[in-house]
Ligand binder design. Structure first.
Ligand code: GFB
Length: 319
């Protein structure tokens, strides 16, 4: 059974913060596809890390609905090399946007977190109740702490001021609009690009970071966007909700799949001087499933679409 609609988005002023990113742009696409107009603010015009500017923008535009998809994001390499930006930029953005949403009367806010908020060795699949039950994975602790602060801030506004602010914790995401920059990308776009370039150059070996043994649950970003819109309309609760696909692969499997789609036929090698990160982080999504939402895009279909996007946009991507 599907949870009833409890909030009407039609006619509302909807602000998607982070509309240029993979997640924000998917949410904008999804909202526009079902007929909603979306407000956005170009980064050059609004630096979300600056409270005064954020408050001026909210005062001028008065959004009814705020989707907070903005933030400093990246794969294991970027997380490890820029701890200050992953912690500070995300804390500032969350504090400013969530605070302004309350101050300027937003009716609804959706905060996007990440599955890295959970302890490194959480029992699998990970239930929402595992939050703060053990030590974090060191490679992305900075990002995790910022995301935990964000979801707690949204919850605090609900507790103290009765705000209808909700949070979702997505599993590892991929899709069109992803970051394909080798040093800062997440694993799938990094491997797709490397496999493509190796195939093109006739290189014999595809090097994969780490042991290849960690597992990652992979979710197509348009499915996350669908879940976010579903929850804006049908969920209001203090507990954040996991969003996952149930499709889990080892890094070695992902490398084989990336190689296959990109036409790379050489050997796959593992560079164990690079970190493995969290061994596994499959999400328990029974709370979301109980509301009637299910993911739609099988991994192989999402992978083909993502690779097609990469090929079509390659000329515009940074080396
Ligand atoms: O997507 P990813 O960078 O981040 O994946 P996490 C890291 C895993 O993929 C590790 C392996 O096991 C890496 O050893 N890997 C193999 C590679 N080759 C590569 C490669 O070329 N590039 C990358 N990046 N990884 C993320 C957090 O953790 O989880 C984010 O860093 C966010 O902040 C996200 O929270 C959900 O899955 O480890």
């Amino acid at each position: 059974m599907t949870a009833p609609k409890i909030y009407e988005l039609a006619g509302k002023r909807i602000f998607v913060a982070g509309h240029r990113g993979m997640v924000g742009s998917a949410i904008v696409r999804h909202l526009e596809a079902v007929g909603h107009a979306v407000l956005s603010a170009p980064r050059a015009a609004l630096d979300l890390r600056r409270q005064e500017r954020v408050e001026q923008w909210f005062d001028a535009h008065r959004p009814d609905v705020v989707v907070l998809a903005a933030g400093k994001v990246g794969g294991i390499g970027a997380n490890t090399s820029q701890p200050v930006e992953f912690l500070l930029d995300n804390l500032l953005i969350e504090a400013n946007v969530i605070g302004a949403a309350h101050k300027f009367g937003a009716e609804k806010l959706l905060f996007l977190g990440s599955s890295c908020i959970y302890p490194k060795f959480a029992a699998q699949p990970i239930q929402e109740s595992a939050l703060l039950s053990g030590p974090l994975e060191p490679t992305n602790q900075w990002y995790a702490i910022a995301k935990i602060a964000g979801l707690k801030l949204a919850e605090a506004f609900r507790v103290e001021h009765g705000c209808d602010f909700i949070s979702v914790m997505p599993t590892n995401l991929y899709g069109p609009g992803d970051n394909f920059e080798p040093a800062s990308a997440h694993v799938l776009p990094a491997l797709l690009r490397r496999a493509h370039e190796a195939a093109e150059a006739g290189v014999e070996k595809l090097v994969v970071w780490g042991s290849g043994a960690p597992q990652r649950e992979m979710m197509y970003v348009d499915d996350l966007a669908d879940a976010c819109v579903f929850l804006l309309e049908r969920y209001s609760g203090a507990s954040f909700l996991n969003v996952g696909s149930g499709e889990e692969f080892t890094i070695a499997d992902l490398a084989r799949k990336a190689a296959a789609v990109a036409g790379f036929t050489g050997d796959i090698a593992f560079d164990t001087t690079k970190p493995d990160g969290t061994p596994r982080k499959r999400l328990d999504t029974s709370a979301l499933a109980a509301l009637g939402w299910r993911p739609r895009t099988p991994f192989d279909e999402g992978l083909a679409r993502t690779y097609a996007w990469f090929r079509a946009n390659r000329a515009t991507l940074r080396a």
